[in-house]
Design a protein around this ligand. Structure first.
Ligand code: GLV
Ligand code: MG
Length: 351
């Protein structure tokens, strides 16, 4: 497919729609906390949840029963009015139903009209290629123009089909609306016909084993991460496009230790955040996706040792150069963002 020319790429797709953004807004998005919007009891807790989470997402797709889809949609509209999201600094997102479902059109039409001023990002599931993004892009531009929105709503794609993984670079670059991509390990496992029944995480059968020992005896064996390839590929595609990569759901909410390990692997490989499905996972995401205070102190020392980011210096016997300066800059910038939102960590970083 012939790509759009640079000038066309940033033209609004409908007369009267807001101009596409050339840069993503600077936001802290360590966790996208999923809320089932049809449950009154949960919905009333949204303002207090928003104080503790970087992003609150009203979920309309999987896990919402078919007979509750309309109530969930109305619930997201209600959530939009529960607080001034734009002033709060907490992101307000929704996950709509897939493009081929009976609900997608009404999800988007209702939410842009009734929640569009507050909505930061629409998460689009089961994206298979750039054409899915192009279709939603045109539709949302028409609705933004119709309802006079001043600020474009961004898109986030879930990487959860074999087709999507094969085209992840094209998806990441499909529109200036693209904010990021998340791994969807449950649907991706089904799409790939992986022989699993889990939502993310490792598997006891997927492991490496050491060679037989001459002296015999038990051989050391350890579980491997079945998501390594996909996460790494997604990170490259996102970074190349200037958008953000995220880990997705970790379904075993009782296994906080494995959840933390999965989040940490994703953070180390370049992901900026994750989904949280239960309040217990929020603190884990904060811990993992905020840089460690000791790392921040070292990063700041590296930045000071090479003030213009070039040359060479020795710190504690280790060589620092342009490349370690760039790594330190990533950690230092992230620490500044975290410190602005989190007074506890601001103090730890300042020590
Ligand atoms: C998320 O939507 C997943 O399928 O893992
Ligand atoms: Mg899914």
């Amino acid at each position: 497919m012939q790509p759009k020319t640079p000038r066309q790429f940033f033209q609004p797709l409908a007369a009267g729609a807001p101009d596409p953004l050339t840069e993503l807004p600077v936001r802290l998005e360590r966790m996208i906390h999923f809320v089932p919007p049809h449950l009154d009891k949960v919905r009333t807790k949204v303002p207090s949840m928003a104080e503790n989470a970087d992003v609150i997402l009203g979920n309309l797709e999987d896990a919402i029963p078919a007979d509750a889809k309309e109530a969930a949609r109305a619930g997201v509209v209600e959530m939009a009015g529960m607080m001034d999201w734009q002033a709060s600094g907490t992101g307000f997102w929704t996950r709509v139903n897939p493009l081929n479902s009976p609900w997608f059109l009404e999800d988007v039409m209702t939410l842009v009209e009734k929640a569009g001023e507050q909505l930061d990002v629409i998460m689009i599931p089961k994206v298979e290629g750039p054409w899915d993004i192009h279709y939603a892009d045109q539709l949302v531009a028409q609705l933004e123009a119709k309802h006079g929105l001043a600020r474009p709503i961004l898109f986030h794609a879930i990487l959860e089909t074999a087709e999507g993984v094969a085209r992840v670079e094209e998806i990441a670059q499909a529109s200036p609306r693209m904010q990021g991509i998340s791994l969807g390990p449950a649907d991706l496992a089904a799409s790939r016909q992986m022989k699993t029944t889990r939502v993310g995480g490792g598997h006891p059968f997927y492991r490496v084993i050491e060679d037989p020992r001459e002296e015999g005896g038990a051989r050391i064996s350890a579980q491997q991460d079945p998501w390594h390839y996909t996460v790494a590929r997604m990170v490259d595609a996102c970074v190349m496009a200037g958008i953000k990569p995220f880990y997705g759901p970790f379904g075993d909410i009782s296994d906080l230790e494995a959840c933390e390990q999965q989040f940490r692997n994703a953070f180390l490989l370049g992901c900026v955040g994750t989904w949280t499905l239960h309040p217990g996972q929020i603190d884990i995401a904060k811990k993992v996706f905020s840089p460690d205070p000791d790392e921040v102190k070292l990063a700041r020392r590296i930045l000071e040792a090479l003030p213009d980011g070039r040359g060479v210096a020795m710190l504690d016997g280790k060589m620092q150069d342009d490349a370690t300066w760039k790594q330190a800059k990533v950690i230092g910038d992230l620490a500044d963002l975290v410190a602005a939102k989190d007074p506890g960590l601001a103090a730890a970083y300042a020590d």
